[in-house]
Design a protein around this ligand. Structure first.
Ligand SMILES: [Zn+2]
Length: 261
């Protein structure tokens, strides 16, 4: 199995949840009071004959091409080759790359991929305008016929399991991708950055902050015990890491891209 981060870029998100691109070294947080800084980074997993995306980014384009598509090209992969898109949840920064504009109409960015979404998350995204302001995207995805629903916990492909975690959104899901050597864990927005495994706190952007915090505690313990490789969607350094324990505390071992190729 091979896992590659596909960094889309950095943003600040203001109180109205609007994301504005942020270039470190050029932009300043002082000019954006009350905003939160986030990196956005989907992952590509190549597992046997499957090419899987873990979330799809905001859908930022440069020169008429989606960042995720140009990142795939840099790795020698065409968007048509993607077989699966696994979605942790349907906030815009995780699913905005599902569609791209081609000749003034919106088409699936990954036309041959099965898009895997939790059924209740999908229904919520159609009705909750506050947290999911663009229901048209989801209606379009349903019309495409390339949508597959998950419910609760289960297996999607050999060695690929999903687990309905809740916490960040009521039906947020996480993914485990296993081969004989490794367990890769994609915790979406329940485990967006490594620090949240090391320092437990409740976050006000979670629909259920206490559940999220307790989940992080559980994932950190289990992940350290079983030597999981964590994939962090909102952090570029580290994007991929193991947790070890040393003198009773967790220690982060960053994994570079080349280590798992
Ligand atoms: Zn989210």
């Amino acid at each position: 199995m091979k896992v590659l981060p596909l960094p889309e870029g950095n943003y600040t998100v203001d109180k109205s949840k609007k994301a504005i691109p942020y270039q470190p070294g050029i932009d300043s947080m002082k000019d954006r009071p009350g905003s939160v800084y986030v990196s956005v980074q989907p992952f590509l997993v190549i597992k046997e004959n499957y090419k899987i995306l873990l979330d799809t980014g905001f859908g930022k384009s440069t020169d008429n091409e989606l960042a995720i598509v140009s990142n795939l090209k840099k790795n020698g992969i065409k968007r048509e080759e993607i077989t699966h898109v696994f979605l942790s949840h349907l906030h815009k920064d995780h699913c905005g790359g599902i569609f791209m504009e081609i000749e003034k109409s919106y088409k699936l960015s990954f036309p041959n991929a099965i898009h895997v979404v939790n059924r209740n998350e999908f229904e919520l995204a159609l009705s909750d305008r506050k947290n999911y302001p663009e229901p048209e995207i989801f209606e379009e995805l349903q019309r495409s016929g390339m949508l597959e629903f998950t419910e609760g916990n289960g297996t999607i492909l050999p060695g690929v399991d999903f687990e309905m975690s809740g916490g960040h959104t009521p039906y947020h899901q996480v993914f485990y991708l296993r081969d004989s050597a490794n367990t890769f864990f994609f915790g979406g927005d329940v485990v967006p950055v490594v620090n949240q495994l090391l320092h437990l706190f409740t976050a006000n952007y979670d629909s259920d902050g206490v559940t999220s915090r307790e989940l992080r505690k559980k994932y950190a313990q289990k992940g350290a015990e079983e030597n999981w490789t964590f994939l962090f969607y909102h952090s570029q350094t580290p994007a991929i890491a193991n947790l070890g324990t040393y003198n009773g505390a967790y220690r982060v071992k960053t994994i570079s891209n080349s280590d798992n190729m």
